[in-house]
Design a binder for this molecule. Structure first.
Ligand code: URP
Ligand code: ZN
Ligand code: ZN
Length: 460
């Protein structure tokens, strides 16, 4: 099968030019001006940006959490990704206590099988640092699962003590894996939650008030220090607070292999959302929580300057109607997480490029090339080059998109960005050369997505 994309405005993390792209059997075969070739299918991209497909390195589809399941599975979640211009996700398989990583990997492969409509891979959540689990980390890497996630938060569920985190970091460093860390001080937060509830403070906003930014800064500094002693690279997930950013920047200034992502919610939403009337603040209950507005511009600047390398979503949706409502009388029972896979690319384009915060190249870098390199998918994914998968987004910079829960494809009954209009519109999406989104139509088959074995971590 040959597809020719004509006259597109091709933008990668480093390039910006007008050319044709010839795709043969799902792979970019040629890039050039006025290519003298015929194809089975021709797509006119005049006036349209042709970008590498987005890579969302932090999603939770079909995830058991907070006494319920995230409301998007691999079918609805990946379809929503595609509509939003994302063509690869790295989701999280969970090694839960008393179970092996192999069991977890097989469970999550089964969840995706027959459903995923775009390519996918997994990080492995480590909830025990026993010698058996530490040994198993190597077998994960051998199967292309080259990154792990640990928590200093959620005591009794995912939290592992500092000694366990140190051992797992030593191991990840030895075997060429990257450890991702959820950094908040879970033990102190638990006390703050208990004390707030004892005072009768049950509304959603107390979720944020009991998870102060200082506790994210402290845990971020702590895990970075532990990683340094373990001689391992470390990646901080869903960084939300300037205190945590300070810790990342200080380590990077000293030359340490410390990396971090932030998410659109921390760039566009704030503590003020928790003050919305009634129970509406529950829409934004996630961990870490939304921060006061003054944190936002620091995160944008850090993305511009490469102090933060990736924007992912932490997509973990729960419906207000029968899931968030579990915490109607107790904020600590509100399932933690919010939707975002469909809005990520458009929001970041709007906030970064349209609002002149940074370049189109940097936009591609933080949403596609950066995560591809960080998580061992590059150059198969994350760029437009001869030999790369033809995962492409045709993005119309003259268009605009108005976001509502009704018109979005995520399986959740609200949109945190309800009513917001972003500059630019996804017109078409190709995954391995196949047109899977054309305007409002979804053309991809269920289960067409392929599991991606990822390379080991390479220094960035
Ligand atoms: O609130 C969140 N972030 N839910 C998903 C689980 C996690 O910690 O990433
Ligand atoms: Zn987390
Ligand atoms: Zn997460």
């Amino acid at each position: 099968m040959k597809t020719l994309i004509k006259n597109g405005h091709i933008v990668t993390a480093v390039d910006d030019y007008h050319a044709d792209i010839l795709i043969v059997d799902g792979v970019v075969e040629m890039v050039g001006r006025n290519l003298p070739v015929t194809a089975d299918q021709e797509i006119d991209a005049d006036g349209i940006l042709v970008l590498p497909g987005g890579i969302d390195a932090h999603t939770h589809f079909d995830m058991p959490f907070g006494g319920t399941m995230s409301s998007d599975d691999f079918l609805t979640g990946t379809r929503a990704c595609a509509f939003g211009g994302t063509t690869t996700v790295v989701d999280f398989a969970i090694q839960s206590r008393g179970h092996t990583m192999q069991e977890a990997l097989e469970t999550w492969l089964e969840k995706a099988e027959g459903k995923a409509t775009i390519d996918y891979s997994f990080h492995m959540i480590v909830s025990e640092a026993s010698s058996e689990r530490l040994r198993e980390m190597q077998t994960m890497v051998d199967q292309g699962v080259t990154s792990f996630k640990m928590f200093t938060a959620y005591p009794g569920v995912f939290m592992v003590d500092d000694g366990g985190i140190f051992r797992a970091l030593q191991r990840s460093g030895e075997i060429g894996a990257l450890m991702a860390m959820h950094a908040e001080n879970g033990s102190v937060i638990d006390v703050l939650v208990e004390q707030a509830l004892a005072r009768g403070e049950t509304a959603p906003k107390y979720h944020a008030l009991t998870r102060p930014p200082e506790m994210e800064g402290e845990a971020t500094h702590r895990v970075i220090t532990i990683a340094d002693i373990a001689r391992a690279p470390i990646y901080i997930v869903h960084l939300s607070a300037s205190q945590a950013l300070d810790a990342v920047m200080a380590a990077r200034d000293q030359g340490h292999s410390v990396y971090a992502e932030t998410c659109p919610q921390y760039l566009f939403l704030s503590y003020d959302n928790y003050e919305e009337p009634g129970f509406a603040g529950a829409k934004y209950v996630m961990s870490p929580p939304l921060r006061p507005r003054e944190h936002q511009e620091r995160l944008w600047t850090a993305l511009k300057r490469n102090d933060l390398q990736v924007v992912s979503t932490d997509h973990c949706p729960f419906c207000m109607k029968d899931q968030k409502v579990l915490g109607q009388d107790n904020f600590a029972k509100i399932p933690n997480g919010a939707p975002g896979v469909e809005t990520r690319m458009s929001l970041i384009y709007d906030g970064a490029v349209s609002q002149n915060r940074f370049s189109l190249n940097r936009f591609v870098e933080v949403t596609s090339t950066g995560p591809a390199k960080m998580f061992g998918l590059f150059p198969k994914k994350g760029t437009i080059a001869v030999g790369s998968d033809a995962d492409l987004v045709l993005f119309d910079p003259q268009g605009s998109t108005t976001w509502t829960a009704k018109t979005a494809h995520m399986r959740v009954d609200y949109n945190p960005y309800e009513g917001r209009t972003t500059q630019g519109a996804v017109r078409m999406v190709l995954s391995r050369g196949e047109v899977i989104v054309d305007g409002q139509s979804f053309l991809g088959q269920n289960g067409r997505g392929e599991f991606q074995k990822r390379h080991r971590f390479q220094i960035q």
